[in-house]
Design a protein. Sequence first.
Length: 235
Amino acid sequence: MKKVIIASTSTLHNGNYLDYLLPTLKNHFEKVKTLLFIPYARPSGISHDDYTRKVSEAFAQINITVKGIHEFENPKEALQNAEAIFTGGGNTFLLVTQLYKTEIIETLEKVVKNGTPYLGTSAGSNICGLTMGTTNDMPIVYPPSFNTLGFVPFNINPHYLDPIEGSTHMGETRETRINEFHHFNSQPVLGLREGSWLEVIGQKITLKGDLTARLFQKNETPVELETGSDLSNLN
């Protein structure tokens, strides 16, 4: 049975890394002693060790030890033996490229669908949808496929931003880009605002957090979803 948290972001304004999520994560990872962290969304030049250290400091507050997947000779085996898994933010194109390059994307999907607790933030949330096609990131590398993990039967747009009333910015809004996506793709897209997340327990998908989310479906008017909304039947 899946046990997944899909969060828009790792850090809120004026907050520390994962602070706002720690009460939820303490329950989500209730029996976990050691967590496996996937730092692949950051270029290796931005040290995976440093990124893992930052994650370790956050999880130490709820008495969980963190090990980076890059520390293991056999990443597939590390996933198979993991008590829990966290994929952090960065660039989704890079993350997905690395998941395919290291040949662990299928293993990651399998172990989480079989019940290993999972947390994703930002890029680590993008990959929880059907594809990475609604990421906000630049294509700095080219992955073999845009297909991702499918922990939910729709796409995620983390860091969703509404148009700013009175703004003179003439570029595309998030809504415009998602509408463009729907010219070529049929799956729904959930715009997750900062401070919101999805809790996935088995087949049940619930919106959590302090803010609403915005749901886009092809050829339909976008709708606001309140905290506590059930998205289990969305497809």
